[in-house]
Design a protein around this ligand. Structure first.
Ligand code: ZN
Length: 337
């Protein structure tokens, strides 16, 4: 398969509540990202080579590394990602995204031109070994955490809703898997100011175990919201003094909901329990409604880089409000607690 030949196409657009696909911050790089054209060969799904390459490049920026590398490094680092996260039938051809991303206005391959702008051969790329990566303008835009979060959320939601998002975030180093594992975090020992690694004699070591380790994309989303509940804006505090929140699946995993960002809301414990117990539900407009009274209690807050698939919200709502969605079959559910 070759990018740049055959039909160009965008991935099918799902409907979202939130700011992931619908409205990203007014920013040139994000707009160009949204307008990115992807290759689709006949009888094949849209190629993920460009989105995978961009995730890798965003990981470099998240790690505060230079936005461009030599081709050989790009080839060695991106090829395994294309192999793991690309479509099964896609070949591993890093020369395609590295070359054709230039046409989207956010990427450059320094000092290499070809006749008719055709993709250069791997041998030529190896010989010239050009610098490749984001343009300086795109890198500067994406250096801002909120813009970068919007870009990551957009790519994840639009192109990787069925992928292993945890593995993708970890492998691209956007959200390393072991960065904030609470079970290994050294927390202050009360009254001593010491960590449990340097506990003075006679003092007892303290570790937090209340909050189990989250998958990478859940932690990414919690960070995006600074652990603030999307319903009430409250944050919880753990024994180590850090703020905490919970990730609430909209459509439960055991009812076929995907383990992905567009099926997740960040909540405090109270609203998480109420949501799971069907005591509250969310309208297509983001109003949080009490199921028993029908009264609107709050409005969901969304931050750029996150959106929830309306199909999942409707599924949850159908469990709460009978008859509202006769088209959705009533699934087996425990019902209100
Ligand atoms: Zn709350």
């Amino acid at each position: 398969m070759t990018i740049g030949e055959g039909a160009l196409s965008s991935a099918p657009e799902a409907k979202f509540l939130g700011k992931s696909a619908a409205s990203v911050p007014a920013n040139t790089t994000l707009l160009r990202l949204r307008n990115m054209r992807l290759h689709r060969a006949a009888d094949m799904p849209v190629s993920l080579h460009k989105p995978i390459t961009l995730m890798w490049a965003l990981g470099r920026i998240a790690c505060e590394e230079h936005h461009q590398v030599r081709w050989v490094q790009f080839r060695d680092e991106v090829s395994p990602l294309l192999d793991k996260f690309g479509h099964e039938k896609s070949g591993v051809t890093p020369e395609n995204p590295v070359w054709y991303l230039r046409t989207d206005g956010i990427w450059e391959v320094d000092g290499l031109t070809t006749a008719d702008d055709r993709v250069p051969s791997v041998a030529r790329l190896d010989a010239v070994n050009p610098l490749v990566g984001f343009t300086a303008e795109a890198a500067a835009d994406l250096g801002a955490p909120d813009v970068r979060a919007a870009a990551v959320g957009y790519l994840l939601t639009r192109y990787f809703s069925h992928a292993d998002q945890n593995a993708l975030l970890a492998r691209t180093r956007i959200a390393p898997n072991d960065a904030t594992d609470p079970s290994t975090t050294k927390v202050p020992v009360p009254g001593t100011g010491a960590t449990d690694e340097g506990v003075p004699p006679g003092k007892t070591s303290t570790k937090t175990t209340r909050f189990k380790r989250d998958p990478a994309f859940v932690r990414y989303l919690k960070d995006l919201y600074d652990n603030r509940c999307q319903v009430c804006d409250a944050t919880m505090r753990a024994i180590d003094g850090r703020s905490r929140s919970e990730g609430a699946h909209v459509r439960a995993l055991q009812e076929g909901g995907p383990d992905s960002m567009d099926n997740l809301l960040v909540m405090c414990a109270t609203h998480h329990v109420e949501f799971d117990a069907l005591a509250i539900h969310v309208t297509d407009q983001g109003d949080v409604v009490a199921t028993d009274t029908g009264e609107t209690e709050a409005h969901l807050t969304f931050r750029p880089g996150h959106g929830v698939n309306l199909e999942h919200l409707r599924y949850h709502r159908a469990l709460c409000v009978r008859d509202e969605h006769p088209d959705i079959p009533q699934p087996p559910h425990k019902g209100p607690l």
